[in-house]
Ligand binder design. Structure first.
Ligand code: HEM
Ligand code: HEM
Length: 430
């Protein structure tokens, strides 16, 4: 989790710099710092360095707990950590040097670098399998279903995305859509839902509202999420029927999202008063709210008539941050603030946790809402067809400024998070 915190700081410092570039495009003239190279450094560092390592670190706590045994091998855990860190370090350096896969988003790391990441995940997956096999509980708790499947899905999508014969033409585009949304949905989302099924009932000190609803959401997510990739390329040369399947799947996603949200909120029922006395539960709640709103926003973006307006605008970027930041980061912070004090016996200062929470939340709203509003105006302006492209760039200028302001608040909140993390793990004074 310490490494994850480092990658959060690194990745979002790069993101912050990118946001500033929208307001001051001539800030530097160095190829290593050019927008095209730094953008994937940002996205890959926060994906594979921050969120993935934090998730795996938390799984090393959750899986043995719910299986009621100790982890099969601590050494393998460290091996996995080293490989994943090596992949993000090398990946970032290569990207800045201009050495990349040339493929689509989030798979810009060249294949040997991504292979290191994949081997790291395989080692942990094997470790988790062995732990679950040794379990002394009868059932496999729902968290483990989610976590193990997320890891299996990640390996499948990574192999598909890097498969040599699918790197050209229309096939590559279909693979790209598949990879992007399986990455966010079947890796980040599925994994975090699994963690939530463990942490939420525990923090509220009561069982999850419905085990069956959890299983329903699990299978519905697998059914619908796996077919929605092509919604990234509506109106493209990809067969029309395949786009329609993706749109129908995107609408079908309402089922697992509503089932999951209901399950979490009903678990909260009767315990709302605990929110004001806890510094972890507000993070959980924000994650759940964004899970509902961010996902439904995605469904809204998938329809043909809405996609026509929003697709080429920053609306997608707003959606990415509402989900990857609003859902994934908030959940991970909540879980880290829950687990680390248990392991070290040291609590973070409530004032800096509160400041982290509010700065991250307000920053995210400043980042995304102006961007959504400006992008809608821009999309409509393009459709009208009477104004020049440059006029639409001028239209966006104030909204990009808001993004840079919001991004700065978010970035500052990460410094506070790193400080809180340090307080939680530092050695006791003698
Ligand atoms: C019901 C669930 C969801 C649906 C139907 C959905 C739908 C969409 C659609 C249609 C797009 C493409 C927009 C375009 O390019 O025109 C998109 C992009 C994106 N979504 Fe979602 N979304 C959902 C949930 C999520 C979640 C949970 C996450 C993250 C945890 C997420 C992360 C992203 C990201 C990062 C992109 C940008 C991809 C890119 O770089 O082009 N989405 N989503
Ligand atoms: C200080 C906080 C952050 C700032 C200032 C920031 C800024 C940015 C900027 C400027 C871009 C490029 C957008 C464009 O090309 O128009 C971007 C892209 C992206 N960022 Fe961030 N970011 C931050 C945090 C994060 C975090 C923590 C995550 C995920 C865990 C994340 C995920 C993404 C994704 C998925 C994209 C691609 C968006 C798309 O193509 O739709 N960002 N970010």
């Amino acid at each position: 989790m310490g490494c994850a915190t480092f990658w959060l700081l690194f990745g979002t410092t790069v993101g912050e710099y990118l946001g500033i570039k929208f307001v001051a495009p001539d800030i530097d003239h160095d190829s290593w710092l050019s927008f095209g190279r730094l953008r994937p450094v940002h996205t890959n560092a926060v994906f594979w360095g921050w969120a993935s390592l934090a998730m795996l670190g938390l799984a090393y706590y959750v899986i043995p707990r719910v299986s009621n045994v100790s982890i099969a091998s601590v050494k393998s855990g460290y091996r996995s950590l080293v490989l994943i860190n090596a992949s993000v370090i090398l990946g970032s350096l290569f990207l800045m040097a201009g050495i990349n896969n040339g493929g689509g988003e989030y798979r810009e790391y060249i294949w040997p670098v991504m292979a290191l990441f994949g081997i790291g995940v395989i080692i942990s997956l094997n470790n988790f399998f062995k732990t679950i096999t040794k379990r002394t509980t009868k059932e496999i708790y729902v968290s483990n279903w989610y976590i193990i499947s997320a890891m299996m899905f990640l390996l499948v999508i990574a192999v598909i995305a890097y498969w040599p014969s699918w790197q050209n033409g229309l096939g590559e585009t279909i693979v790209q859509g598949y990879y992007m949304h399986q990455g966010v949905g079947m890796w980040f989302m599925l994994f975090n839902l699994g963690l939530m099924y463990y942490f939420l009932p525990q923090q509220l000190n009561k069982p999850i509202y419905s085990y069956s609803l959890g299983i329903l959401a699990f299978w519905a997510q697998i059914l619908f999420y796996t077919v929605i990739g092509t919604h990234h390329f509506i109106f493209s040369a990809i067969p029309w029927w395949l786009q329609t399947v993706a749109i129908v799947g995107s609408a079908g996603m309402i089922i697992p999202v509503v089932a999951g949200t209901t399950n979490f909120l009903m678990t909260f029922k009767g315990s709302w008063h605990k929110l004001s006395g806890s510094y972890t539960l507000p993070f959980y709640l924000i994650g759940i709210i964004f899970y509902f709103t961010g996902s439904l926003q995605g469904t809204a973006e998938a329809f043909r008539f809405t996609n026509l307006v929003w697709h080429f605008t920053d609306f997608t970027v707003a959606h990415s941050h509402l989900t990857m930041y609003g859902i994934i980061c908030f959940m991970l912070w909540g879980f880290i603030y829950t687990v680390v004090p248990r392991l070290t016996g040291k609590e973070p200062p409530q004032i800096t946790v509160g400041a982290h929470f509010w700065l991250a939340l307000i920053g995210l709203l400043f980042y995304t809402f102006p961007l959504m509003y400006g992008s809608t105006l821009r999309g409509l302006m393009w459709m009208e067809g009477t104004k020049s492209f440059m006029e639409s760039v001028e239209l966006m200028a104030p909204y990009w400024l808001w993004r840079a302001i919001g991004g700065s608040l978010m970035w500052f909140s990460h410094i506070l998070f790193a400080y809180n993390f340090y307080v939680m793990v530092k050695r006791k004074e003698k």
